[in-house]
Design a protein around this ligand. Structure first.
Ligand SMILES: Cc1cc2nc3c(=O)[nH]c(=O)nc-3n(C[C@H](O)[C@H](O)[C@H](O)COP(=O)(O)OP(=O)(O)OC[C@H]3O[C@@H](n4cnc5c(N)ncnc54)[C@H](O)[C@@H]3O)c2cc1C
Length: 318
């Protein structure tokens, strides 16, 4: 039995770990367009050294070469998946065509500017290169700020987990020398979390000196300016977009039913109702009977369960 895992981030890697050494699965093929798995939750730690995020990344080629059972064939292809043909049980990468018995899709997400005009005037935080850009801009502003009489402003747009954590990290570094402003469209930060979490987070950020602006929907970025839909504008030396992500658009090339955001619809067993041998996990999956947040914890959980379900079908009870 050949299982292909497409995308080896939190969800895909967990699925591979679960399938390793299981005799029912004679062949596992893992495909990722990156050679390393990026530990995204740590991208907010911009006060660490430039090499920090690389040190936290996992080299997939090395990982899949070692530590797995000799009875199983494990292959890792550092290639981009371009298409899935569910009817033929075929997956196509930039270099080859592969048949599968079971497939686990785990392509994650990409930044989502939600219709904001002028995204090029902002930075974002999704990859190690974003991390380095944000870090270097903050370092640079901080150096210059000490020579100015009035502090410059760093504006973070989006008060979810990333915006909150990053605002705190930046303020801890720049102190009184830079103003850090966090804007959010809803009337409380981290509004998908319980109310008391928002209260705690707002209190903590205020104590650190972060200015919080709630109920502000950003509409447009211009060079050094954030424009909100109520007409308010804020001058900013640096704009950082923390407003959200959307499922990886490669999902549209998989010929499976997606929701309005492009996430592959899966049932509670994590397979597509129209295709029982294709599972989807993590940020790119939409569990329509029981929607889950786009978090690493959830991707890990789903990766594990997709693999377990495949093993159960193949006759092994874990
Ligand atoms: C700044 C930041 C902070 C975060 N903080 C937290 C946190 O504190 N707690 C938390 O739980 N979550 C956090 N998250 C969210 C968490 O990182 C994601 O929910 C998680 O990474 C999703 O896992 P995944 O397996 O779905 O996708 P990913 O981990 O993104 O993995 C997707 C993989 O697919 C590969 N891929 C993509 N397209 C292709 C293709 N066409 N072909 C082959 N491979 C492809 C990618 O290279 C990648 O390795 C944070 C995210 C960010 C950006």
């Amino acid at each position: 039995m050949r299982v292909i895992i497409a995308g080896s981030g939190f969800g895909g890697l967990q699925a591979a770990l679960e399938l390793r050494g299981k005799k029912e699965v004679t062949e596992i093929i893992i495909i990722d367009s990156n050679q390393t798995m990026i530990y995204q939750p740590d991208l907010v730690y911009i006060n660490k050294g430039s090499n920090y995020i690389n040190k936290k990344s996992i080299n997939l080629k090395k990982l899949y070469k070692s530590g797995f059972s000799k009875k199983q064939s494990i292959k890792f292809y550092n290639e981009r998946v371009v298409e899935v043909r569910p009817r033929d049980n075929v997956l196509v990468t930039s270099n080859r065509k592969l048949d599968f018995d079971y497939l686990i899709l785990a392509f994650g997400s990409v930044n989502n500017y939600i219709g904001i005009i002028g995204s090029k005037y902002s930075l974002c935080l999704k990859t190690p290169s974003d991390y380095l850009k944000v870090k270097s801009e903050i370092d640079d502003l901080f150096l210059k700020a000490k020579h100015y009489s009035k502090p410059s402003k760093v504006v973070l747009v989006g008060g979810g987990v990333t915006g909150v954590e990053l605002a705190a990290e930046i303020k801890k570094k720049v102190g009184k020398y830079l103003d850090v402003i966090l804007t959010h469209h809803a009337n409380r930060l981290m509004n998908s979390f319980p109310y008391k979490v928002s209260v705690y987070v707002q209190k903590t950020l205020k104590k650190l000196g972060v200015e919080i602006m709630l109920g502000k929907l950003a509409k447009r970025f211009e060079k050094g300016v954030v424009v909100f839909n109520d007409g308010l504008t804020i001058d900013a030396s640096l704009i950082i977009w923390c407003g959200g992500v959307k499922p990886n658009p490669v999902n549209y090339e998989c010929a499976l039913r997606t929701n309005q955001h492009g996430a592959i619809m899966v049932n509670d067993y994590l397979y597509s109702p129209s295709k029982k041998n294709i599972y989807s996990v993590g940020d790119g999956a939409y569990q329509f009977q029981n929607p889950q947040p786009m978090t690493a914890q959830n991707a890990i959980h789903q990766g594990k369960h997709a693999a377990k379900n495949i093993l159960l079908i193949l006759g092994k009870k874990n």
